[in-house]
Design a protein around this ligand. Structure first.
Ligand SMILES: [Mn+2]
Length: 289
């Protein structure tokens, strides 16, 4: 298997700086070596060109124009890389995934599995913060004004998208999700039914040839993954996360993936990046035995 790493060092979609250093932290945590050890052939294509990040004192929430430009580049890079490899987009804040979903679905029938503490289904009119990382899935599916020609549409059907592990949804976002055909599996469902069952259900509702897996590190409990911008208590555990990745690897045709929201400034000795690397390895076939 060939895998292409694409770093996207942006923090345009959030109001806490530092997540633009995510790609460096993940590379430093041994991403390429870890994958090559399990027989994956890796090409690190470097970083997708991003303009300088917002100044430290910047209080403005999201920079829509910059995000539109960067995600356009990400979409092109992902679509190109997908011709002969599996693209792995390393963020950056979750808004980068607007580009990876679009790129991954450009020439193929793609579904989306969104592993996240949040729904990322706000629109500019429902978002309490104005941060685009909380609108990324809605934007990727063309909701809330993200469907005009400047943003371009992804070809993913909302019914082929599932959010798994949600435990923090804003009021308007909840309505947006209810009005959409996106499937939502909350953390409570994982608690009561087990992560394997929930992943199995999510994969079953996604009726597409290939799967894009978008892993936001805030999907995990902050005890495991402290280096994220918007931590929420009570996420999946270390073991649940690995089991989920192994199940996805076994039962889905993973066409592309994201590893996002690693913020080394908020991290504890790079452990969130290291865990992200471990989970990516599980997603691409690493097993205990
Ligand atoms: Mn997210």
């Amino acid at each position: 298997m060939n895998l292409s790493v694409l770093g996207v060092p942006t923090d345009y979609g959030v109001n806490r700086r530092g997540v633009d250093m995510g790609p460096s932290a993940v590379r430093y945590a041994g991403l390429v070596d870890e994958l090559e050890e399990i027989g994956v052939s890796v090409t690190d294509r470097g970083d997708v060109n991003a303009r300088p990040s917002c100044p430290i004192e910047c209080e403005e929430p999201s920079l829509f124009e910059e995000i539109r430009d960067v995600t356009g580049c990400v979409a092109d890079s992902v679509a190109e890389a997908a011709h002969d490899s599996v693209p792995l987009v390393v963020g950056g804040d979750h808004s980068v995934s607007i580009g990876s979903v679009k790129g991954s679905s450009r020439d193929a029938d793609t579904g989306v599995l969104w592993l996240d503490a949040h729904g990322d289904f706000n629109t500019p009119s429902t978002s309490p913060s104005g941060n685009v990382h909380g609108m990324a899935l809605a934007a990727a599916l063309g909701y809330g004004g993200f469907s005009d020609e400047d943003w371009a549409l992804s070809s993913v059907e909302p019914s082929d998208a599932a959010v798994v592990g949600a435990r923090s949804l804003d009021e308007g976002e909840r309505e947006n999700l209810r009005d959409s055909e996106v499937s939502v599996y909350t953390m409570s469902e994982i608690d009561s039914r087990g992560v394997a069952d929930v992943i199995e259900d999510a994969l079953a509702v996604i009726d597409a040839d290939g799967l894009h897996v978008s892993l936001d590190m805030d999907w995990l409990s902050p005890d495991e993954a402290p280096g994220v911008g918007t931590p929420v208590r009570g996420g999946v555990t270390y073991r649940e996360a690995h089991l989920a990745m192994e199940n996805i690897a076994e039962h889905a045709e993973v066409r592309s993936a994201d590893l996002v929201e690693v913020n080394p400034v908020l991290d504890n000795s790079n452990r969130t990046a290291e865990l992200g690397v471990e989970l990516v390895a599980s997603l691409f076939g690493k097993t205990v035995f």
